[in-house]
Design a protein around this ligand. Structure first.
Ligand code: GTA
Length: 150
């Protein structure tokens, strides 16, 4: 395991506020799970495209696309579940920052997929970050949802 991944403070800047457990349990899950979160995806990127790219790091068990909870359409993130932890680390190391559908994607360690986590948690149905964005992003529905409502 690379040194970087032994430091729980460096393993992920993200803290899931819906994780039911202690900080220690959260960090342990991040250090051992075989799941990654992929962010900054285009709404138009398909599961097949994600499969093609992420299978370069190892054999994939399952992909879960992130969906807008109102429209049930992709809203720019997904979870990739590998069989092996090593492949998970390779995905973070080598695929994060690469371009998928003209966008630099972000690959983050994840504590593990559970039913319900596929839905955007923003009030408008998509991801929270797309509520507050003020820039125009054609791959993610244009302006942020709050700007669109003004
Ligand atoms: N492993 O980085 C991640 C990650 N993110 C961003 C989401 N998920 C992640 N998992 C990992 N790493 O299952 C997962 C969630 C959930 C699903 C959808 O994706 O665990 P979400 O994006 O809709 O909601 O989640 P989440 O994660 O609960 O949102 P959060 O943490 O409040 O905010 C995410 C980002 O939105 C912040 O980092 C910030 O950039 C922006 N943001 C939040 N609130 C504000 C605000 N008030 N003003 C401006 N920006 C804000």
């Amino acid at each position: 395991m690379a040194l970087l991944f032994k430091d729980p403070n460096k393993i992920s800047a993200y803290r899931d506020r819906r994780f039911q457990g202690s900080q220690d349990e959260f960090e342990h899950a991040l250090l051992t799970s075989a799941t990654v979160y992929v962010g900054n995806m285009s709404f138009y990127t398909t599961e097949e495209q994600a499969y093609e790219l992420f299978s370069r790091a190892g054999e994939i068990k399952k992909i879960v696309m992130g969906l807008d909870k109102n429209t049930k359409t992709p809203c720019g993130f997904c979870f990739i579940m590998y069989y092996s932890r090593e492949d998970t680390e390779d995905a973070v190391k080598y695929i994060s920052g690469t371009i998928l559908d003209d966008r630099p994607i972000r690959v983050d360690f994840d504590w593990g997929f559970q039913e319900g986590r596929q839905w955007g948690r923003g009030r408008s149905g998509g991801q929270v970050r797309d509520e507050y964005r003020t820039d125009y992003d054609p791959g993610r529905g244009g302006y942020g949802k709050l700007v669109q409502k003004e």
